[in-house]
Design a protein around this ligand. Structure first.
Ligand SMILES: C[S@@+](CC[C@H](N)C(=O)[O-])C[C@H]1O[C@@H](n2cnc3c(N)ncnc32)[C@H](O)[C@@H]1O
Length: 277
């Protein structure tokens, strides 16, 4: 975020910053310890809006706020929600070429289930839904499928639920998928995800660091570009959680910059950024 000329950045004291780091890492696993300026820039507008209050005062008000609105604003501002359609395409190639062809009617399951942990504004989930639907449309055999996307940022989830994106986000989506599954608005500025794709995807707010009641069992879990923001201890906890959420033989995709050791005690290494339970 760039501050306009003459605008004053509300700086955090060391004590305030330590309090923020402890809160974000303890509650959400997010490690901000090397990101003081970034955090100051991202919080500045909100602190200004509330009468140029200090970060310490914000945290005090947040503690008293029963509506949890201040906490939600803090998370919306301090999480990095960068994502796009078809991100890290090797994973989608692997799914289409290696996982899906092995699913046969005799597999005996009624549904293929996917969890996108840390789905941000939904592009990853919709990419998967279009890929699976296209696979079926092209004659591939697949039982019914469903995708659940979870995130802690309410702002990101609201975009995901809406399923409307600016046209510039079309650039990586294959032309055939655009034609079959998306509709561009009359002004040509945005597009909507079609009903057939949307109904395959559901979004839910979830903190990956807290125990999750009723979390299902999945054939494939994607947790990409989430752990890079976590400290070591939270990363370990998260990997164990992802492991528990997978069915035996299920696959885990992580971001290509957050690889697990090849001899990981829980997962079998398959190829870069792909692991198997
Ligand atoms: C950079 S985005 C990655 C989006 C997508 N997976 C991708 O690879 O493009 C990281 C997402 O993780 C979410 N996140 C961070 N910590 C989380 C936590 N403790 N629980 C749930 N989501 C979290 C953030 O809100 C953010 O939307």
């Amino acid at each position: 975020m760039r501050l306009s000329e003459g605008a004053r950045l509300i700086r955090f004291t060391n004590e305030e910053f330590t309090q923020l780091i402890t809160y974000m890492s303890g509650q959400y696993g997010i490690d901000l310890s090397k990101k003081k300026i970034l955090a100051e820039c991202r919080m500045n507008g909100e602190l200004e809006k509330r009468g140029n209050i200090s970060m310490g005062e914000y945290m005090r008000q947040m503690e008293m706020d029963m509506t949890k609105q201040l906490e939600s604003i803090l998370l919306n501002r301090l999480t990095t929600n960068y994502t796009y359609f078809m991100r890290e395409p090797k994973h989608f190639d692997f799914l289409r070429e290696k996982i899906l062809p092995n699913i046969k009617p005799e597999w005996g399951r009624i549904s293929f289930q996917i969890w996108c942990a840390g789905c941000s504004s939904g592009e990853e989930c919709y990419t998967l839904a279009m890929l699976l639907q296209d696979y079926k449309d092209q004659g591939g055999w697949l039982p019914s499928f469903s995708i659940v996307g979870t995130d802690i940022s309410e702002q990101a989830l609201a975009v995901a639920q809406k399923g409307r994106y600016p046209v510039r986000e079309l650039e990586n989506i294959p032309a055939l998928w655009q034609k079959k599954y998306l509709s561009i608005d009359e002004a040509g500025t945005s597009f909507d995800i079609g009903h057939a794709i949307r109904e395959k995807v559901r979004f839910q707010r979830m903190n990956l660091l807290k125990p999750s009641v009723g979390l299902g069992q999945y054939d494939l879990v994607l947790c990409r570009n989430v752990m890079i923001y976590f400290n070591e201890e939270s990363r370990k906890k998260l990997i164990e959680k992802l492991y528990r959420a997978l069915k035996p033989g299920g696959y885990l995709f992580v971001g290509h910059t957050e690889l697990l050791p090849r001899n990981h005690e829980l997962f079998e290494y398959v190829c870069p950024a792909v692991y198997r339970k």
